[in-house]
Design a protein around this ligand. Structure first.
Ligand SMILES: [Zn+2]
Length: 197
């Protein structure tokens, strides 16, 4: 399933140029794709399995491969939120939404908000925005702090970069990623149109 999701997310523009990433938890194991490879071409034999402390459990076929740079960030969502899958998107809507400023994106009273677990139509969705770093793994500490500070969020944005989204399993993580992508796109368009909710 991880490879299939990589193909789908690449087709959506969420993993262009080998960016982005996905991981799925299976009990105490976390499966992650390798770093710097074309996500739409990742095969089962290329995947790593690590434990929740990041220790290697199953290596990929090619020993030259390295786990995705997102791996320490994925582990925070698994440990702090009992996530079953985490998606990292470089989608344009997420990235553009962060360029509009602020330390969090806020949006409410849109039907699609119901697609986020624990949220109703009238709830305000608050997605924290982190400042980007030179290396992806350097985001791990600020991501952890943002997850702790925003117990209702299922996503954290990174300025001029993208978004991390999680769910209790891959199905919910995929649904959340699609809903957030919709909300980020609408947020940008609302600002263009000069309307607010
Ligand atoms: Zn990234």
């Amino acid at each position: 399933m991880l490879c299939e999701l990589c193909r789908r997310f690449h087709a959506l523009g969420w993993a262009s140029g080998t960016g982005g990433g996905i991981s799925i938890r299976e009990g105490e194991r976390v499966w992650v794709a390798p770093s710097g490879v074309h996500k739409e071409l990742v095969a089962e034999e290329d995947l790593f399995a690590i434990d929740l402390d990041g220790a290697l459990v199953v290596p990929p076929r090619d020993p030259a491969l390295r786990p995705s740079a997102c791996t320490p960030l994925f582990l925070h969502a698994y440990r702090l939120r009992e996530a079953g899958a985490v998606i990292h998107s470089h989608g344009k809507s997420a990235m553009l939404a962060t360029l509009l400023g602020g330390d969090a994106l806020r949006i409410s009273r849109l039907e699609m908000i119901k697609g986020l677990a624990g949220h109703g139509y009238r709830d305000e969705v608050v997605v924290p925005i982190l400042e980007n770093t030179d290396r992806e793994e350097e985001l791990a500490d600020t991501l952890e702090a943002a997850i702790r500070a925003h117990p209702r969020t299922h996503a954290v944005l990174v300025r001029a970069h993208g978004v991390y989204v999680w769910g209790r399993d891959w199905r919910q993580a995929k649904a959340h990623a699609e809903v957030y992508d919709y909300l980020f796109d609408v947020y940008v368009r609302m600002r263009e149109l000069g309307v607010s909710r």
